[in-house]
Design a protein around this ligand. Structure first.
Ligand code: GLU
Length: 520
């Protein structure tokens, strides 16, 4: 039986697109499901960029998600090199073979001639198909052109008298009329080869059995099929998967539309969170890292399991109801026939709920390990404190319970680790600097100071007793206390907060808050 070999062929763009990651995941899943081989190949024919730098975030995305590759950058393999920029010799040999067999030709047409042909076709309302003028040249003229040093490209001679057919694993039977396909340039005047050709050479020489890629490449497929046939290659099986759409839309998720996403009700929360969190940890804001990029999810504290759960279900499903899926379960069950044909939307709310589930599966130690980097990067703890205060971080994490959804959420309760707290101005005015509250807080403070045991039961009994005595609602004191002692409306239950802040600090913080309220 042939071994299943899939590949993901990213261009080094400097970031990993979350939709691209879904394509990569489906390739990885299909390889793993079949005990096959998954290959990473770098489409770096655009040599303008610094490839290493631009590839870094892409490889990091795979590493973070735990998607390993069997052949490719860093690991090598028997079919290398795995960078298109280093495979020129193979492409050139392919071009020579096609030229020698009369399946490709030098085209001496100038850009002006081609432009005129296009305009002519447009005028006649016909689809433009290149005119094979260079095929008609006499040997003499051709020689003359060569002697003059006239530039030429190499075009593949499309066998136009046939249909091209594939059975796509997702889209089913697809056919094209080769008579409508222009002869594609496979080699530029400078000798470099183009994507459509390089991809065919690579897929064949790497024995790729399944080309699983985004549906926008379906239009390249007839040309690639004809090239495979001309080169005498075994055809891979194609599976064109639907693109990932922006939440609640039918449009492909794209970095170009970022400004729109900030107002998309399904997406906004993710951008807002980036703008809250990233500045605190020195990572810019949603302009630099946004949810189109895989790095966003890593840096804001999503779990790989949650992102994989969500991506697996973007365009694929196990059945109609199973939502929570471990990667193992998906590997076991992944088949291409369950990939949908329609665009599949990224669903931030679903992802968030998966995150809640997978966070719940973590041990306390794993949660602490996930939170500590945030406290360190935000300068809330130093390296030594990260060790000495580990148990305390654990207590804070436990008190948050399932309120801790993203690791970055630990920054919402920075007040447990800081000497000076920052008040949310709005909440301070509403909850502390309010008629009767400073007096109530002062009395509560005095009674707390006199407590011989500082525990939740005592603190609660005190609070209830005082509110009954003064005939005010418990909420008045509860909210006042929370804002006075933490500065923030967000956090664990009030008594957990007070215990974590500690008796001495509770007294001190109430004093500060009351003085502040009285001076307003
Ligand atoms: N570099 C291409 C892309 O990023 C690869 C396309 C393919 O898989 O053939 O879209």
């Amino acid at each position: 039986m042939t071994t299943v070999r899939t590949r993901f062929a990213p261009s080094p763009t400097g970031y990993m697109h979350i939709g691209g990651m879904r394509t990569a995941l489906f390739n990885w899943l299909w390889a793993r499901h079949n005990n096959g081989v998954f290959i990473l190949r770098v489409d770096d024919t655009d040599r303008e960029r610094n490839v290493e730098e631009a590839l870094g975030p892409i490889l990091q995305a795979f590493k973070w998600l735990g998607l390993d590759w069997d052949e490719g950058p860093e690991v090598g393999g028997p079919h290398g090199p795995y960078f298109q920029s280093e495979r020129d010799d193979l492409y050139k040999a392919g071009v020579e073979k096609l030229l020698a067999e009369g399946k490709a030709y030098h085209d001496y047409d100038t850009p002006e001639q081609i432009k005129a042909d296009r305009e002519e076709a447009q005028k006649e309302k016909k689809q433009y198909i290149n005119i094979r003028r260079s095929l008609e040249l006499t040997e003499e003229t051709r020689k003359q052109y060569e002697d003059e040093g006239r530039p030429s490209v190499v075009r593949f001679l499309i066998p136009r008298d046939q249909k091209v057919e594939i059975n796509d694993e997702v889209r089913g039977h697809v056919e094209w009329d080769a008579g409508l396909i222009s002869d594609p340039v496979i080699q530029r005047t400078d000798g470099s080869c183009l994507y459509n050709f390089a991809t065919v050479v690579d897929d064949a020489s790497m024995n790729i059995t399944h080309v699983i890629r985004a549906e926008e490449h379906l239009s390249n497929t007839p040309t690639q099929v004809l090239l495979h046939q001309a080169l005498g290659n075994t055809l891979p099986t194609f599976a064109h998967i639907p693109f990932v759409t922006a939440p609640g839309t039918t449009k492909k998720l794209s970095k170009r539309d970022l400004s729109k996403y900030k107002n998309n009700p399904n997406f906004k929360k993710m951008f807002d969170r980036a703008d809250q969190v990233f500045p605190l940890i020195g990572l810019g804001d949603s302009e630099t890292l946004n949810p189109v990029m895989v790095e966003y999810y890593e840096r804001i504290g999503y779990l790989p399991a949650a992102v994989l759960n969500s991506l697996s279900r973007t365009g694929w499903s196990l059945d109609d109801k199973t939502e929570i899926l471990s990667l193992d379960t998906v590997v076991k069950n992944f088949t291409l026939d369950r990939v949908v044909k329609n665009p599949a939307g990224l669903d931030p709310d679903k992802l968030f709920s998966f995150q809640g589930h997978w966070m719940g599966e973590l041990s306390l130690d794993e949660k602490i390990d996930g939170c500590l980097p945030y406290l360190l990067k935000a300068g809330i703890l130093n390296e030594a404190e990260a060790v000495s205060k580990r148990a305390f971080v654990g207590q804070v994490v436990e008190s948050l319970g399932d309120r801790l959804k993203l690791f970055a959420d630990i920054l919402d309760v920075a007040y447990f680790f800081q000497d000076e707290i920052e008040y949310s101005e709005k909440d301070f005015k509403k909850r502390v600097a309010k008629e009767g509250v400073p007096e109530l807080l002062t009395t509560y403070r005095e009674r707390v100071a006199a407590l011989d045991e500082f525990n939740a039961e005592q603190l609660e009994a005190l609070l209830k007793g005082l509110c009954e005595e003064k005939e005010v609602s418990g909420g008045l004191l509860i909210h006042g206390l929370r804002i006075s002692t933490t500065g923030s409306p967000v956090g664990p239950g009030l008594y957990d907060c007070l215990l974590l802040v500690g008796k001495e600090n509770v007294l001190k913080r109430i004093d500060t808050a009351v003085a502040r309220a009285n001076s307003m």
